[in-house]
Design a binder for this molecule. Sequence first.
Ligand SMILES: *Cc1c(COP(=O)(O)O)cnc(C)c1O
Length: 362
Amino acid sequence: MARPFNFSAGPATIAPEVLTLAASEMLDWHGSGMGVMEMSHRGKEFISIYEQAQADLRELLAIPKNFHILFMQGGGLAENAIVPLNLSRSGTVDFVLTGSWSQKSLKEARKYCNVNIAASSEADGHTTLPAPAAWQLSADASYVHICSNETIHGVEFHELPDLQALGSKAPLVVDFSSQVASRPVDWSRVGLAFGGAQKNIGPAGLTLVVVREDLLGHALPACPSAFDYRIVAENQSMFNTPPTFAIYMAGLIFQWLKQQGGVAAMEARNIAKARLLYDAIDSSQFYVNRVAKNCRSRMNVPFFLRDESRNEAFLAGAREHGLLQLKGHKSVGGMRASLYNAMPLEGVQALVAYMQEFEKKS
Ligand SMILES: *Cc1c(COP(=O)(O)O)cnc(C)c1O
């Protein structure tokens, strides 16, 4: 029987080819007589897995040489503390508040430094993005934080801000947890980007940090050694035992992405998938998405039934049709379909067909 389509926001669907390959290697990785979970992280087998994953990610995202790729732990939420612990030298940081995730990040950063909210879309319920030209950036900010895709509100930056052009010398910090690998990144505008792996690049437990060389070595004295970017970089992400199996899985997904044609090819598919779903929502009187069209997320599509009393029936019918985990986040309600790289176009077609069928029946 065909697998259902899983629209979870994270941990999220993984390509079946990748899961099948991992299963086939579970007991014996490449004739080593060991499964990946059983290997020393310092042995030649695991080192080869780690180096391949690093090289493949660098190629996929076209990460320049002057950026380090760090495989860390603690997820996006831990980075909300680890970033200010490493980068808030001046004592002031700028935040652009665009939804739940940037809100969480700034709340955590306040433990370590002064947070200036340079712009906010709170007044319109986070359905728009504040235009960069209007951001009130501080003169002395150590960095400017944005969340490039708000997983809960379904709002996405389709272009990263050019801070230099806005008169700021601060590096841009990007939480790209739910956007990473869905499209190319303009690294010339980025100082540091971080993301949990469980949205688009593998299982939970691995946190990706891509950080520009000059931002290492400025950690506050209170920063734990295991979270000091300089120490992590100097130890090739093995200052402590890294999440070996999660790195291996991410590596398989990087290989899969390369076979799919890389990140530019994924972007084209992601555009097509998102368009199909938004068009279906917009052309119906039954469903609605309230996010402004120029900043709608390709990855996470929140939508509502105009008659919310039909929510449970919609979800139950979806499950029967093999369409899983469509319930919206508890803070916004309604539905949410996450369309990460591993969600095929067929999954979105099946969802749209079901939505139309449900509307007709109602
Ligand atoms: C999921 C998510 C996080 C949280 O990641 P954890 O791994 O649960 O800590 C942070 N930021 C964004 C944008 C997310 O989507």
